[in-house]
Design a binder for this molecule. Structure first.
Ligand code: FMN
Length: 190
């Protein structure tokens, strides 16, 4: 971790499906970001049990939860790219956040976090962004505000076959956010 070197950015995708627009958006980040940002995908969280204190109390945190938490701890910054489910955070992602939130060395504390969303609807996942902000602020993240990345009517913005992001205004929006996020991360890094 160095204020003037490369920044190690962990990318968490809120969709688990193969043909996900959000996963496709996440894949564009390396080519749209300033060169000092390097990206790696977070380990999977789709096998986490549903959070239950009894599991935590009896057998401790599952190994895959520890792996996910370690990946967050070791990153300089986090980008979460997620759809909106019923105007809020997709259940699997919220479950993963709930698991690590109970850790003593809570991994999101003091992490710079930016969010992006792609969704089929008019508001492009913006209600999820607001709910995610509310949850993560409670975990003491350093929340990046603007420029926002909200990809509405997602099916029109990606190539139907290759899932490549083709919409130029969206590409520009992602570039602007990542450039500003780099500045933000360097300013707030401990
Ligand atoms: C359970 C569920 C709830 C959804 N709720 C919303 C919603 O609240 N707003 C919205 O714009 N789209 C909603 N959608 C549609 C998603 O935006 C769309 O399926 C999108 O492609 C999901 O992202 P992904 O392609 O990354 O998987 C919902 C889809 C599912 C499966």
């Amino acid at each position: 971790m160095a204020k003037d070197g490369n920044l190690d950015v962990l990318v968490i995708c809120g969709s688990l499906r193969k043909g996900s627009y959000n996963a496709a958006l996440a894949r564009t980040l390396p080519k749209l970001a300033p060169s000092a940002l390097t990206f790696r995908a977070a380990p999977p969280y789709d096998r986490f049990p549903l959070y239950n204190f009894d599991i935590q109390h009896s057998t401790g945190f599952p190994a895959e939860v520890n792996t996910w938490a370690d990946a967050i701890r070791s990153a300089d910054a986090i980008v979460i790219v997620s759809p909106e489910y019923n105007w809020s955070i997709p259940g699997p992602l919220k479950n993963a956040i709930d698991w690590v939130s109970r850790m003593k060395d809570q991994p999101f504390k003091d992490k710079p976090v930016a969010v992006q969303s792609a969704a089929g609807g008019l508001l492009g996942g913006s209600r999820m962004q607001y709910h995610l902000r509310q949850s993560l602020i409670s975990l003491d993240v350093l929340w990046f505000g603007r420029p926002e990345v909200i990809v509405n009517f997602a099916a029109k913005k990606f190539d139907e076959k290759t899932l490549e992001l083709t919409d130029q205004p969206t590409i520009d929006m992602v570039k602007a956010q990542l450039a500003a996020f780099e500045t933000f991360v360097r300013r707030v890094m401990l």
